[in-house]
Design a protein around this ligand. Structure first.
Ligand SMILES: *Cc1c(COP(=O)(O)O)cnc(C)c1O
Length: 320
């Protein structure tokens, strides 16, 4: 960002740093994708879903998805009313049978026509979809003429955990648009909307501008992407967070009365903690709360250290 601050650059994304950052995305995904930068995940999800749907369409998503539970109705607002239809999930992942049931159980004019499938990678419960699971969901979607949206606020954590290529986890599996999270990877105010399907990206820059998501000094956003994609910096950040989450879960499992609720596939640990432990940890300054999915949600980030995890576990043991 300091380097991007030196000298003159054109505004609104017409600068050379933005061009380089978009090119880095194309190399990263090994395809000619279209890339847009916005300020946060809510706008990335809402604006991209709006570009997949008309107002009379519907979006199939998980009942615990961020678009349903944590975006204050923004997907419906920006799409002028596309309805979210909630599918059953298992461990935060969409159940393919229920997805197909939702798509096919009504075909009449009186029901909002399913037009998009939205899945989160990694999921809101800290689990990840295997590439084959994504392919299977995309095949159901495509069979019925639906586009596929991936909420990748924690995409890099999933990618680091699965060890597949970015392409295999997205367009090769059938994903049309990916909202790629920057903030949770350690960047300041940025998420990338990556369209693998060019037709769906048409006029997307107008949506961004109208929604107040077009950054005039875009080079400060682009500079961050350029560096995080280079030299696998993203992987260092994401893999470290994942590794520490596993250590945290392993440490907590040793303590009586603690139950780990979901597989720790990425950087989130959901744990049922005894009440005394919860209050003891909070008295010692730890900040956490019960989240969707139940239990205490403990996140390891790009900035978490092994010492942080040790300190948390020591305090947990003491407050037992
Ligand atoms: C954090 C998060 C987002 C983005 O939220 P913003 O606060 O709008 O940036 C989107 N989806 C998921 C699954 C998230 O965890």
């Amino acid at each position: 960002m300091e380097e991007a601050n030196l000298g003159y650059q054109p505004s609104y994304g017409a600068d050379s740093i933005t061009a380089d950052a978009c090119e880095s995305f194309r190399q990263f995904f090994e395809t000619d994708c279209e890339v847009f930068f916005v300020f946060n995940g809510t706008s990335a999800n809402s604006l991209s879903l709006a570009s997949l749907c008309q107002s009379y369409h519907s979006v199939i998503c998980s009942d615990v998805s961020h678009v349903e539970t944590d975006e204050c109705g923004a997907p419906e607002f920006f799409s002028n009313g596309s309805k979210l239809l909630l599918a059953k999930t298992s461990l935060g992942k969409l159940d393919p049978i229920d997805v197909e049931r939702l798509i096919t159980h009504r075909t009449d004019l009186h029901y909002p026509r399913p037009r998009a499938l939205s899945l989160s990678q990694s999921t809101e419960l800290g689990t990840t979809y295997q590439p084959g699971e994504i392919t299977a969901l995309c095949q159901i979607a495509k069979k019925h003429g639906l586009h596929v949206h991936m909420d990748g606020a924690r995409f890099f954590n999933a990618l680091a955990a699965l060890g597949t290529t970015p392409a295999e986890l997205t367009w090769k599996a059938g994903v049309d648009v990916l909202c790629c999270g920057g903030t949770k990877l350690g960047m300041a105010v940025t998420e990338a909307v990556v369209f693998f399907n060019h037709d769906l990206a048409r006029d997307f820059e107008y949506r961004c501008k109208q929604a107040g998501q077009l950054c005039s000094k875009m080079r400060f956003i682009s500079a961050q992407w350029l560096r995080i994609l280079k030299d696998e910096t993203w992987k260092k950040h994401a893999a470290s967070a994942n590794q520490l989450a596993r250590q945290l879960a392993e440490g907590l499992t040793q303590l009586p009365g603690v139950e780990i609720l979901y597989p720790v596939d990425a950087n989130a640990v959901f744990a049922q903690l005894p009440e005394t432990m919860k209050s003891g940890l909070k008295e010692r300054g730890w900040v956490f709360y019960n989240f969707i999915g139940g239990g205490s949600r403990l996140m390891c980030s790009w900035a978490t250290t092994a010492a942080d995890v040790e300190a948390f576990l020591a305090d947990a043991r003491e407050s037992h």
